[in-house]
Design a protein around this ligand. Structure first.
Ligand code: HT7
Ligand code: ZN
Length: 878
């Protein structure tokens, strides 16, 4: 397959002024009649009246008829291939009608129109619309749509599409129809259709200009009691976008539909968002606090797309981060406002630094705006989303709140109804603030994570502190040369008594905190009037997506962990201290010393945390969590999964042994009082209590065991149940874990989202027999390779989270993943290309594992591959 290049972009030759669609729904033979009002773009006309060819995308379609301005065309009047329908010599303005038949029931790729749990639904981003009808399937062709959906009334009483319903009625043969009109210009990737036997949770929202908007969440009847949290989140999002960005909703109705089979989290189709059921359904019996927060975040994200994505869309798919990076930044800010801002930042940064940094250092590394792709579905990545959000965050922080708001207002005003580029976004920010972003634009073009090495020199005589910052970015595939970036480093200098010193730089007083802008490969900043050697607090709030190196002593880390005025950096210094202690243990493991002791300074830091007054329980829970195995691995030159696993387990056990009483006290201090509520305060208590339990279970403490069993039996909420069940199942006490698992499955076999958790709990067991369990569970009646949630829960969780067993030295973990990828390559290429990721990172491991992983990649390469898997495997093996 050939690559597509940003440099080759050309404006479309034809515009679609109007799109009229009629669907006659049948699971295996749906007829789609499409009427397009077309107009040739004046710039594209060849000569005075000849028009360029009209090239429409279309895949997996059976064409029945084509007509132009009412005349049916003979088969030699157009060209048809597996991917295109081409018409020559059309009038500059004409009406084209096509009739095609498609097979939604056989569509396991879940792109285009497909059937999920007996209902019809669509997924058109990025290039799914071409599996529905012949169309210029590109985001810069925007049209108004009228859609008539016809279906059997008994099976599909609910017929939905974008916009407002304008007509409905009965037809012969037990069928009925509804016509929907969407007055807003949109590209076809925002088209949606849903038909099924659904019930709704209805509510309403009054916008800031006083319009009433009907809100509807459509679900299968058994899920109606899991919709309240999504509805609350939706209303909060609508209000927040009005208050923070001045954005008002623009249709009379906003709908969300939950579907069980979905490749990603959700889709922002105009007025009709379609959600993976896992990102919309939640009640306290079935969903954990983490799931509640995910629902809140995803509902907000999709709603925010109504402006950042739909009203202003992308010119081409290279600009994907224009809508995704900006919208992630918006949803992260929303969640920070709704919950604890420091915890939200800690979670987002932890994810970025483990998963996105690994992507940026791997074979598929790409810039936030890639220069080329083979399959666009492969580019819905952490780099586009999360690093893209960090780039927008830097813009926002460099400009300050007011100027950033002026910039976003200008961006929306200048580009409303248009397909825009990243330059359009940055130029609005520049115009609103007067700031020059020329160098900053490199963040969009350069792949890889920059490293900033910091060093400081205190001069007691001159009373200065000189901070030197050096930036480098390692080469990434296809990009050897890296230029210096604009790196904002928010910082302070902390005195021995724990206060931020006043900062004076080149005669200017900057207050107690400053943002240094590193723009060259190396720069020094000389702070004057410094009486005693300070401890620098750098990259506060994680002010840029970089790896910061500073040679802190462990004492300095412990000091900053207690005294830094920046909450994020207090956590960060605790993590650095823990990492250093874990590295000691890893070194001991590697030299065969299993009696090594944990650094006393980490024990003291934990004692400080456990005995102090908790100001913010949620932050405390984060601070009591050791760096994840994935994060520790990121810090190693050659990943030693066994050493990492042993070190983390040993550190936990030693902390629990020494601080047992404190953990027991912490558990009891945070037990649930009164009724459950998904409030932030209660969630923080639950995470603290379950953190304490996890330490106690790390030594299989008798009291810990008793508490875990009691917590499971009390079944107050899924957060507590899942935490207790996980700890029991992961313990050596199979006589406790196995019956608990069995009882859980009996209680929840009817609920697919709870069964996903049941799978995930089992496949993260650290014991070596887990691989047999994974193969066994793949045969379980509740498992299905055609359901992405099940694949993620069982296979994705095993390969991504059970590192010590996935990377078994006999290569069985790799073989299992490759077997699944080969099957999925046929069934669902998008999921196949995502689930393969851990295999592509072979360069991070020792020679023996590298060879085993490569063997499996080569086995996959020998198959007849989809574009998705081909692109990933070729890049990995290049
Ligand atoms: N904009 C949505 C993207 C999406 C998607 C992409 C490829 C394949 C399936 C997909 N489902 C949804 C999701 C979002 O960022 O909001
Ligand atoms: Zn998005």
């Amino acid at each position: 397959p050939a690559a597509i290049h940003l440099a080759d972009y050309q404006a479309p030759a034809w515009q679609v002024l109007e799109t009229r669609l009629t669907f006659e729904l049948e699971p295996s033979a749906t007829r789609v009649t499409t009427v397009l009002t077309l107009e040739c773009n004046p710039d594209a006309a060849i000569g005075s009246d000849a028009t360029p060819p009209l090239v429409l995308n279309g895949e997996h379609l059976t064409l029945e008829r084509v007509s132009v301005d009412g005349r049916v065309l003979a088969s030699d009047e157009f060209t048809i291939s597996e991917t295109h329908l081409t018409l020559d010599g059309l009038p500059a303005r004409c009406e084209l009608e096509t009739v095609v038949v498609i097979d939604p029931a056989a569509n396991t790729a879940l792109e285009g129109l497909y059937v999920s749990s007996g209902m019809f639904c669509t997924q058109c981003e990025a290039e799914g619309f071409r599996r529905i009808t012949y169309y210029p399937d590109r985001p810069d062709v925007m049209s108004v749509f009228t859609t008539t959906v016809i279906g059997d009334k008994a099976h599909y009483p609910i017929l939905l599409s974008n916009g407002n319903p304008v007509e409905r009625g009965e037809l012969e043969g037990g069928r009925h129809f509804v016509t929907w009109q969407d007055p807003h210009l949109k590209p076809c990737y925002l088209f949606a259709l849903v038909a099924g036997d659904l019930v709704k949770h209805a509510d309403s929202f009054t916008t800031m200009s006083g319009r009433d908007v009907a809100l509807e969440i459509w679900v299968e009847p058994e899920n109606l009691d899991k919709t309240q949290h999504a509805m609350t989140s939706l209303k909060a999002s609508m209000k927040w976008d009005e208050e923070v960005y001045g954005r008002e909703y623009d249709l009379d109705i906003f709908m969300i539909v939950a579907v069980n089979d979905f490749n990603m989290g959700a889709m922002e189709n105009k007025g009709l968002n379609i959600f993976n059921s896992s990102c919309v359904l939640a009640n306290h019996d079935t969903a954990t606090d983490a799931a509640f927060q995910r629902v809140e975040g995803v509902v907000a994200h999709e709603y925010f797309h109504n402006w950042s994505g739909n009203r202003v869309t992308c010119r081409d798919w290279f600009q994907l981060s224009l809508k995704e990076g900006f919208t992630v930044y918006r949803d992260q800010s929303f969640s920070a406002d709704m919950n604890s801002a420091p915890v939200k930042r800690i979670e987002d940064v932890a994810m970025l630094r483990t998963a996105q940094f690994a992507e940026d250092a791997g074979p598929t590394a790409h810039p936030v705006r890639p220069a080329s792709y083979i399959e666009i579905s492969n580019f819905y990545t952490l780099t586009i989303y999360e690093k893209g959000s960090e780039v927008v965050r830097m813009v926002a922080n460099l400009l300050g709140k007011e100027a950033f708001r002026r910039g976003s207002d200008l961006y929306f005003a200048q580009n409303d109804g248009r397909a825009a580029t990243i330059e359009d976004f940055i130029s609005a920010m520049s115009e609103a603030s007067g700031r020059d972003f020329t160098q900053f634009m490199r963040w969009y073009a350069q792949a890889g994570t920059p490293e900033v090495a910091a060093s400081g020199v205190f001069d007691a005589t001159a009373k200065t502190y000189t901070l030197t910052l050096r930036q480098t970015t390692a080469p990434t595939p296809g990009q050897n040369e890296k230029l210096p970036l604009v790196i904002p480093v928010r910082m302070g200098l902390v005195s021995a008594d724990g206060h931020d010193l006043p900062l004076v730089l080149e005669g200017a007083s900057l207050g107690s905190e400053s943002v240094l802008e590193l723009t060259e490969a190396e720069q020094s900043f000389v702070f004057t009037g410094i009486e005693h050697a300070p401890v620098p607090s750098l990259l506060r709030g994680f002010s840029a997506p970089v790896k910061l190196g500073f040679d802190y002593s462990r004492e300095q880390l412990a000091f900053l962990m207690q005294h830094d005025s920046d909450g994020f950096n207090r956590w960060e210094c605790g993590q650095r201290l823990a990492l250093a202690a874990l590295e000691d243990l890893m070194a001991a493991f590697q030299r065969g010393d299993k009696q090594a002791h944990l650094d006393e300074r980490l024990l003291a830091a934990y004692r400080f945390l456990l005995t102090g007054e908790p100001t913010d329980r949620a932050v405390l829970a984060e601070m009591l969590t050791l760096p994840s195995e994935a994060y520790i691995a990121e810090q190693q030159a050659v990943v030693d999964v066994d050493a990492i696993h042993w070190a983390r387990k040993t550190a936990k056990a030693q902390l629990a042994t020494v601080l047992r009483e404190e953990f027991v006290a912490l558990y009891h201090a945070n037990e649930q009082q009164g009724e459950y509520a998904p409030t932030f305060e209660q969630m923080a208590r639950r995470s603290l209590k379950n953190a304490a339990l996890s330490y106690l279970m790390g030594i299989e403490d008798k009291e810990g065991m008793r508490l875990a069993q009691a917590q499971l039996a009390a079944a107050h909420n899924m957060t507590d149940v899942r935490a207790a069940l996980t700890l029991l199942v992961h313990s050596s006490r199979t006589e406790l874990g196995n019956p608990a698992l069995k009882a859980f499955a009996e209680r929840w076999s009817h609920d697919p989202l709870v069964m996903d958790q049941w799978f995930a709990i089992q496949v993260t067991r650290p014991q070596a027999d887990v691989l047999d369990r994974v193969r066994f569970l793949m045969e379980h009646p509740a498992f299905s390779l055609t359901n992405p949630n099940k694949v993620r829960a069982l296979i994705g969780t095993f390969a991504g989270q059970n590192r010590v067993n996935f990377h078994r030295i006999d290569g069985e973990g790799y073989r299992l993943l490759a077997d699944v990828v080969i099957e999925l390559n046929r069934l669902n290429p998008d999921i196949a290309a995502r689930i393969i990721t851990p295999l592509t990172r072979f360069k991070r491991f020792d020679a023996a594992r590298q060879a085993l992983m490569k063997t499996e990649l080569e086995r996959i390469r020998n198959e007849k591959l989809s574009r998705n898997v081909y692109e990933v495997v070729e890049k990995a093996l290049a």
